[in-house]
Design a protein around this ligand. Structure first.
Ligand code: BGC
Length: 610
């Protein structure tokens, strides 16, 4: 039993289970958020590179006149990579990330979150070297992308896990949103670098955009050498001294601080509680356990997996990547637009500049609010784009004002995504899993994101394309995205609970007690430490009843027990999870519950001692 090792008592007062937020906590998480750069940059550069004359020449043998900016002896429409090559080179990354994300969870539980991210950076670098080394060998390039994808999968999963586990509850949403911000910055940087090198007549055209990524790996990899391991990982491994040390570091408190003792005790108690609930079996059994439980119970593992995977799936099905992956081609098809690349750059900029709003919104308005109303905003905008697209915005109508209106609505749609579904999808998957299946849960959910990302990358060109075998939907595709957003909204309304302002352990408790629709009003009433103590007392009372029944003593003593609290139970030999023998490891008793803890992320910490 892990808790038997715990050298101190735990909190019963809810306001005491986390130290005030320090600058250091912000900085550590902000640094970890840099992992988002890999994600954004790696998805961002490939489209540009696939359209570069030098790269096309390399893989097809077509000639290109760099002075006149025209292909030689071939119609410009046909100057490009075959669709199959494009599709393979684009989607193989998602394939690698899919598997990387799935494996990463296990590795993060085995060797720790920090080390897994560092290994992810190394794998990613190997993938980059292979891609840079390739000249016109499709196999080498594709293999390089697959390996780099594995690394990105590791990083994108474990960063979320790491950040959620070390961030203080009051700003956890905001800090994880910073990860999304880095994704958007990554996409923007990729666009800029590709723009700068696209006309080069040498291998630098594609090698520079690939090589720039070493920088992210270097920054994140070396930084994580200095940062501490997640205290929750140490708890999982039963390394309580190390857990206390890293908790003290990330909270900026001395190790002997009451805050550290209390928070650690709560993490330990929660872990123990979860271990009692999740069956401990073989390796396969532990995977099966992730899908265990009743669909009706909000806190069952299967419900949490549905929550995490569903959120990532619906995030992708909002259609956002259609805009980022195929925006340039789509804008070209609308006619009337002279510089589609510029419009794409604007959409990317709107994405970057809107995301910081979510830092505050996710903590003030909450996760549910953002997801429900964000989806609503996207439904409205996407329907407007579709309706205008089939009426005044039609190519043959040749109405630049209508097309400008469509672009404005696409930008507002991006604004809604960037402030709501973009960040909140990641925030919620970092919060909704209990410690015993957290790394796997985050991994499976992230894999789900990449899976749908890949499906959209493969399918969307056929939906809007006008070549043979394509559906040539044009702007009508926004009817599909808008309709899918209705499902995103319903999913959020029925299945996503409100988690703002709660510790990961309280979230666990809340999901057990109320349905998502009632979750916003839920207030923590107890702590896991208190709950374990209550269970011990109950067990002890039962033991006494059994003893009395067996020895046939009178009921007077028993009724005394029934009326007593933890203290009495313990004095009579209850099982003390913290090995103290006399008191039951609970500070303050039940008088400390239900104070003004509330769900306000910015409430001042209650420092009342008892
Ligand atoms: C999504 C990515 C998307 C990005 C856009 C992320 O949350 O998962 O697929 O490209 O947001 O900002």
């Amino acid at each position: 039993m892990v808790s038997a090792l715990l050298p101190f008592e735990g909190p019963a007062d809810l306001s005491r289970i986390e130290a005030p937020v320090t600058l250091k906590a912000y900085l550590i998480c902000a640094f970890a958020a840099c992992g988002g750069l890999f994600f954004g940059y790696d998805t961002g550069w490939i489209n540009g590179v696939l359209g570069m004359p030098y790269f096309i020449t390399l893989y097809t043998g077509y000639s290109y006149d760099y002075d006149r900016k025209q292909p030689i002896n071939i119609d410009p429409v046909n100057f490009g990579l075959p669709s199959s090559t494009k599709s393979l080179m684009t989607s193989i990354l998602s394939c690698g990330t899919f598997f990387g994300a799935l494996i990463a969870g296990d590795i993060a539980d085995f060797i720790g979150r920090r080390l897994t991210i560092i290994i992810g950076c190394l794998i990613f670098c190997v993938g980059c070297v292979l891609q840079i080394a390739s000249t016109n060998q499709t196999v080498l390039f594709v293999f390089g992308r697959l390996i780099a994808g594995l690394g990105v999968g590791f990083i994108s999963t474990v960063i979320i896990l790491y950040m959620s586990e070390i961030a203080p509850r009051k700003v956890r949403g905001a800090l994880v949103s910073a990860y999304q911000f880095c994704i958007t910055v990554g996409i923007l940087l990729a666009n800029c670098v590709v723009y700068a090198t696209q006309d080069r007549n040498d291998t630098g055209s594609y090698r520079i955009p690939i090589g720039v990524q070493f920088l992210w790996a270097l920054i994140l990899g070396t930084g994580l050498f200095i940062l501490p391991e997640s205290p929750r990982y140490h708890v999982m491994k039963g390394q309580l001294q190390s857990a206390a040390k890293s908790l003290a570091y990330v909270r900026g408190q001395p190790i002997e601080s009451e805050y550290i003792k209390d928070e650690l005790a709560e993490i330990v108690a929660n872990h123990e509680y979860e271990m009692q609930v999740v069956p401990q079996t073989s390796y396969i059994g532990s995977w099966v356990a992730c899908f265990h439980g009743s669909l009706r119970k909000g806190n069952s593992n299967i419900r949490r997996i549905i929550l995490g995977c569903g959120l990532q799936m619906w995030q992708q099905l909002t259609g956002i990547n259609f805009i980022f992956y195929f925006g340039t081609t789509f804008f070209q098809q609308l006619g009337t637009i002279s510089n589609p690349f510029f419009i794409s750059l604007i959409t990317t900029l709107v994405n970057v500049l809107s995301t910081p709003i979510s830092f505050v919104a996710v903590e003030y308005l909450g996760r549910r609010f953002l997801l429900i109303y964000g989806a609503m905003g996207m439904i409205i905008m996407q329907y407007i784009v579709a309706i205008v697209g089939v009426t005044a915005g039609r190519i043959d109508a040749n109405d630049p004002a209508a097309v400008r209106g469509m672009i404005a609505c696409i930008c507002i749609n991006i604004f809604f995504f960037a402030t709501t579904w973009g960040p909140t999808g990641w925030v919620v998957i970092g919060e909704c899993f209990p410690l015993p299946i957290r790394s796997r849960g985050v991994g499976i959910s992230t894999a789900c994101n990449w899976f749908w990302n890949c499906i959209i990358a493969v399918v969307a060109p056929y939906m809007v394309g006008n070549s043979k075998g394509s559906a040539n939907l044009g702007p009508k595709i926004f009817f599909i995205w808008g309709s899918l957003c209705i499902f995103s909204m319903l999913f959020a309304y029925f299945l996503v609970p409100e988690m703002k302002g709660l510790t990961l352990e309280q979230i666990d408790n809340m999901m057990e007690e109320v349905s998502p629709r009632k979750s916003k009003k839920w207030m923590p009433k107890t702590t896991y430490v208190a709950e374990l103590a209550r269970r011990d007392a109950e067990k002890s009372r039962q033991q006494w009843r059994d003893v009395h029944a067996a020895t046939n003593t009178t009921g007077g003593l028993e009724s005394g027990m029934m009326g007593g609290g933890y203290q009495e139970a313990n004095e009579m030999g209850a099982i003390d999870p913290y090995g103290h023998g006399t008191t039951h490891g609970v500070h303050g008793g039940s008088g400390g519950y239900g104070n003004s803890m509330g769900r306000d992320p910015y409430e001042s910490p209650n420092t009342v001692r008892y």
